[in-house]
Design a protein around this ligand. Structure first.
Ligand code: GLC
Length: 734
């Protein structure tokens, strides 16, 4: 007998009338579960990629047969209202119970209106702008028939060789936690029942960014203290913001792949944190427990995953192929299966899919909302706020539009595709405005001289054409960097200099002895010591998405005063890696007068550009720093005020950063840690009092017993505009 959607609806109504329940949708879910076969239950724990987009090794070709038999309840990499409507129609009308599908996709930094890559957005330190970016991404994704994004990626990353630094919020736990919260709020909005909010997914749980040597998918080997104090807090911040789902990471932690880790998925996530959503694996990460060497075969791997607490198997078909056998042999209980099914059905209820399976995806909304002027304006705003001014000798920038001739040279000057960055969902190169097009909006044709100079990753040695063009100009803008797929997944680089012959190009141009402004477009910190020494100005513009050209132009010509601050350290060379600001002091911190202290023979210890660094076209001064009470208990707040003054001649924004140092701990503590920041806009000459209220409880760490503690003693408080440019005060915690 076929149970179609209406029979199930009737059952639900009866079920929900029987008794009010304390858990959301419990009665409805109970009703459905009673109707489901074991195979259908396992189908709800299965997620396959559609044929539309591929983001990993495809194991399952013919998912439509499985869909019709109720063996798959969730799809990803399927989108647009029409495409998903047709798939939903199969699920609702052609399966026995008509349970609606859940559609997921990697909407990381935009669905169709592509915003700056996540690392770039993080450089804005502007939580409202970051939340708005995620909100717009959700609105567009929902119009495109999507219910769930595999974002935010909240992996702390301290190694720029790792390609996925582009996808997260950089190296700092506090900044990363603030951004995780902003992104979850943006994607999920205030009500998941609204059809322009989508489930978010905190990934990759956990410590994926600690891959050894920055090589993607490599072994992670960190202490539990480092896990708990550095890598876990952004996940907890996402959970506290209400994130609906978690994704397990490919890597092992403490000898067990995260996908089979009871410590991570049960002890931490469920028991300690009380997470009440569902856990999906990363792409075939159940299967990968075999090469990891903890599973003899896929049945064993499936058992490890379900016992650890994985609810949904992404693309591995391990649950589809082995859970029934495991239940029949009593290795896995029905209640374990049903516990996972409940979480997934609950998510579908929260989205309203049982009321109306077609409530997401609307061709009219797609047409009116996607790439709307409002969304593109927001993308331009986010892009310009993400730009970091790394160098500006002799106030080379901003350029005057009255300049007679400006040369625009470089392989990224007139390029659209790379502006998208990695993980650009359904973004299109054709929707991106190149830097050349952006500049053409503000200069007339006769002023601009363009030449690509070389390829991004070429071996050119003859730059004579570019040089002859540049020799006619009053200033030379050189657009250099990486291809978009030189970062992202499976895109680690062992050397992080400018690829190809780009450095030779800019060296050749520098012989012209004209002002040179380098515009970097890249997905990771680059080792650019020569540029730092020898060019006049450097703008870090990352990959800024659709509106890159206009946003960079706004900054180049002073329409917007750059306000970005680095969310990740720029090393001088690969030999310094890992290098991050909140390192430990060691027993032999560098001392130039003592040979036997921590140093290199061939490079300084300091990075090229530190965490939190970024210049402005104006200058700010922080003064009158006042700590209200310098003797505090763990129940108090540290209250600090200071005056920020714009000393310059143009308006601008400054990010005032507050760091702390726990001077003596029962375990070694970082030399400093970010605990607060404020981004303030000031007109020239304007001054504003800023106030920090930092709970003393937030200054703690996990001690040797893995208890979170704030220990008594002296703390230094550092206030400034980067992790290295600060003024220090002291307090005592007792
Ligand atoms: C990839 C990524 C993950 C992504 C998933 C689906 O392998 O690791 O971040 O969400 O597969 O595309």
């Amino acid at each position: 007998m076929r149970f179609n959607f209406f029979v199930i609806l009737l059952t639900i109504c009866l079920g929900s009338m029987i008794g009010k329940t304390q858990e959301p949708f419990k009665a409805e879910i109970d009703s459905i579960l009673n109707l489901m076969t074991l195979e259908e239950k396992i189908g709800q724990l299965t997620l396959y990629t559609s044929g539309w987009d591929v983001t990993g090794p495809v194991l399952r070709e013919n998912y439509l047969d499985d869909l019709r038999q109720g063996k798959v309840g969730n799809l990803f990499n399927a989108h647009t209202a029409a495409y998903n409507h047709n798939l939903q129609k199969i699920a609702v009308e052609e399966t026995r119970l008509g349970i609606p599908l859940l559609f997921g996709y990697d909407v990381i930094h935009g669905y169709k209106t592509i915003f700056p890559i996540s690392l770039a957005e993080s450089a804005s330190w502007d939580m409202d702008a970051i939340e708005r970016s995620a909100r717009i991404a959700a609105i567009e994704a929902a119009a495109g028939g999507l219910h769930w994004t595999f974002a935010p990626m909240v992996d702390i990353a301290r190694d720029p060789r790792w390609g996925r630094v582009m996808e997260g919020a950089g190296e700092d736990t506090y900044l990363g936690s603030c951004i995780a919260k902003a992104r979850v709020k943006g994607f999920q909005g205030s009500d998941l029942a609204s059809n322009n909010t989508i489930l978010a997914c905190a990934k990759h749980f956990a410590a994926y960014g600690a891959a050894q040597a920055g090589r993607d998918y490599h072994t992670v080997d960190i202490s539990e203290n480092t896990l708990r104090d550095i890598y876990l807090p952004p996940f907890k911040a996402a959970l506290d913001a209400g994130v609906a789902t978690f994704m397990t990471s490919f890597n092992e932690y403490n000898g067990m792949p995260a996908t089979g880790s009871k410590f991570l998925l049960q002890d931490v996530l469920r028991d300690d944190w009380k997470f009440d959503g569902f856990v999906v694996t990363d792409y075939t990460s159940i299967n990968e427990m075999i090469p990891h060497g903890v599973a003899a075969n896929l049945k064993h791997a499936a058992n490890l995953a379900i016992q650890a607490g994985v609810d949904m198997d992404m693309q591995g078909a391990a649950y589809a192929d082995y859970l029934e056998e495991l239940v029949n042999e009593n290795s896995v209980s029905i209640s374990q299966i049903e516990g996972a099914v409940r979480q997934i059905l609950k998510a579908k209820y929260q989205l309203g899919l049982f009321d109306d399976p077609y409530r997401y995806g609307d061709t009219l909304l797609e047409k009116n909302l996607i790439l709307s002027n409002g969304h593109l304006d927001a993308a331009r705003d986010m892009a310009k706020k993400s730009i970091v001014l790394l160098k500006n000798d002799n106030q080379t920038l901003p350029l005057k539009t009255s300049l007679r001739k400006i040369a625009l040279i470089g392989p990224l000057a007139n390029n659209q595709d790379n502006l998208l960055g990695a993980w650009a969902a359904s973004g299109r190169a054709s929707d991106c405005v190149s830097l050349l097009s952006g500049i053409q909006e503000v200069l007339n044709e006769s002023q601009i001289l363009f030449h690509p100079g070389c390829r991004i990753n070429g071996e050119e040695t003859d730059f004579s054409e570019a040089v002859s063009i540049a020799s006619q100009a009053d200033a030379i803008i050189v657009a250099l960097g990486e291809e978009r797929h030189m970062s992202g997944e499976a895109a680690s680089r062992s050397s992080i200099g400018l690829p190809g012959s780009q450095l030779e190009l800019v060296k050749t141009l520098s012989a012209l002895d004209k002002p040179i402004i380098v515009v970097l477009m890249n997905g990771r910190p680059l080792a650019i010591p020569w540029l730092d020494q020898r060019v006049d100005a450097i703008l870090e513009t990352w990959f800024l998405g659709n509106m890159a050209g206009p946003a960079i132009t706004d900054v180049l010509f002073g329409k917007y005063n750059p306000s970005g601050k680095l969310p990740i350290t720029f090393p001088r060379n690969e030999g310094q890696i890992p290098i991050y600001y909140n390192m430990k002091n060691t027993g032999r911190p560098f001392n130039a007068t003592d040979n036997y202290t921590s140093k290199y023979l061939d490079v300084a210890n300091e990075p090229l550009y530190p965490f939190g660094f970024g210049l402005s076209y104006t200058s700010f001064r922080i003064e009158n720093i006042n700590i209200f009470d310098s003797v505090l208990t763990i129940y108090d707040d540290l209250v600090l005020t200071a005056d920020l003054k714009n000393n310059g001649t143009v308006s601008g924004e400054e990010v005032v950063q507050l760091y702390i140092t726990d001077k003596v701990g029962s375990l070694t503590r970082p030399v400093r840690e970010l605990k607060g920041f404020k981004k303030i806009f000031l007109e020239p000459g304007q001054s504003e009092q800023i106030r920090f209220e930092i709970p003393i409880r937030s200054l703690g760490f996990h001690n040797a017993k893995m208890d979170y503690v704030v220990e008594e003693g002296a703390f230094d408080i550092h206030l400034g505009n980067s992790s290295t440019n600060t003024v220090t005060k002291s307090i005592i915690v007792q």
